[in-house]
Design a protein around this ligand. Structure first.
Ligand code: ADP
Length: 371
């Protein structure tokens, strides 16, 4: 089954065409809205052209869309129809940067290929199993009832995929442990018997870990303080989402540069790594408790899979849990799922590469074949 996976942003469209594990084509159309690519329909024409070249006389069987926010309704991937599209659109206020773009992408495909089955795969879906004490903020109930203010969690497609990979590596039916997805966005999830029971991102992807350009956890009064100092909503948004995290601390959001700078003695870069790894280590300790004792700690995504220095900085702070990295295994570079701890470690530390496109394609095929 040939699946077109679409990740639609407000001004970009990322795609991949897959047949099972084979990637037949992939690409990125940028600057949608400018002269050359006036809208998402024009972007799709480009994709169509590039894909047709790669596929020859074969055709696409289904489209899988990455949708950031599925609210409380969507706990699984779903076949898209008009009602589902409107339901995703109704969640726009909760994900103003992401959901409108997904809806635009869905409508553009419907226009262009009305008969092609489309499936929505939600970033929030895996976290629908959170218990209320983990998803509810200590705020008046009215804010939840009127505005849906609660923890939703994100990166769920990746966390679910990595949980399955970790279970396979450990030889167990269902994974219990802690997964750290460390990319430009970063989140950590507590998984018990294969289900998400807590996660660091909240109402939006801003809460939790120190990220490339997002602050993660803060004292909310900092916002009140800055409001009184005259900051506007737009400026606060820009500050917290684009100019904080590694970027705010060091001037760059790219962990590779931060790591290199730290290694050559840059103190600011080292401090940023200490802040980010300390934050993550605290979450791992907490989530070890949340899952009733982890079977493993798993690292994934760009930083988690590639940055041995950051991994050792995190695990070095977890001596109290009895964790111990094997320096040689940690330094090894590989695309395979692997154990990087010593035999003496209280529980194993793993690297399990994530692949969100593979997970979306798999989910899409599952829905289309099941329907
Ligand atoms: P996203 O998918 O969220 O855009 P990725 O999962 O690709 O992000 O992760 C991007 C992050 O991974 C960047 O901070 C990048 O610097 C970091 N990264 C990638 N390779 C390495 C490496 N070899 N060493 C350190 N950091 C790396």
């Amino acid at each position: 089954m040939i699946i077109l996976v679409i990740n639609s942003g407000s001004s970009s469209l990322k795609y991949q065409v897959r047949d099972g594990d084979d990637v037949l084509a992939e690409g990125l159309v940028e600057r949608i809205g400018e002269a050359e690519v006036p809208d998402h329909a024009a972007a799709l024409d480009r994709v169509d052209h590039e894909v047709a070249e790669a596929l020859g006389d074969r055709g696409i069987d289904a489209v899988g869309h990455r949708v950031v926010h599925g609210g409380e309704r969507f706990s699984e991937p779903v076949l898209i129809d008009n009602e589902i599209t409107r339901a995703i659109e109704r969640l726009n206020p909760l994900a103003p940067l992401h959901n409108p773009a997904a809806v635009t992408g869905i409508r553009a495909i419907t226009q262009k290929w009305p008969d092609l089955p489309q499936v929505a795969v939600f970033d929030t879906a895996f976290h629908r199993t959170l218990p209320e004490y983990a998803w509810r903020y200590a705020l008046p109930d009215e804010l939840y009832r009127t505005h849906g203010i609660r923890r939703y969690g994100f990166h769920g497609t990746s966390h679910a995929y990595v949980a399955r990979g970790a279970a396979e590596l450990l030889g167990v039916d269902a994974f219990t442990g802690v997964i750290a997805h460390l990319g430009n966005g970063a989140s950590v999830t507590a998984v018990r018997d294969g289900e998400s029971v807590d996660t660091s991102m909240g109402l939006t992807p801003l809460e939790g870990l120190v990220m490339g350009s997002r602050s993660g956890d803060l004292d909310p009064s900092i916002l009140l303080f800055l409001l009184r100092e005259g900051y506007t909503e737009k400026e606060l948004n820009e500050l917290l989402n684009r100019n904080s995290g590694l970027k705010g601390l060091t001037g760059t959001n790219d962990m590779r540069s931060v790591s290199e700078a730290a290694e050559s003695g840059d103190k600011r870069a080292q401090t940023a790594i200490d802040i980010a790894s300390y934050r993550l280590a605290k979450y791992v300790g907490g989530y070890h408790v949340a899952v009733g004792g982890a079977q493993a700690l798993v690292f994934t995504a760009g930083i988690g899979e590639n940055d041995d220095n950051f991994r050792s900085s995190v695990v070095g702070k977890l001596g109290a849990l009895g964790l111990e990295l094997d320096a040689e295994r940690n330094a090894e570079r590989s695309r395979r799922a692997r154990v990087i701890s010593t035999a003496a470690s209280a529980f194993p530390v793993l690297v399990v590469p994530t692949d969100e496109e593979a997970a979306i394609a798999e989910a899409t095929a599952g829905v289309v074949n099941g329907s």
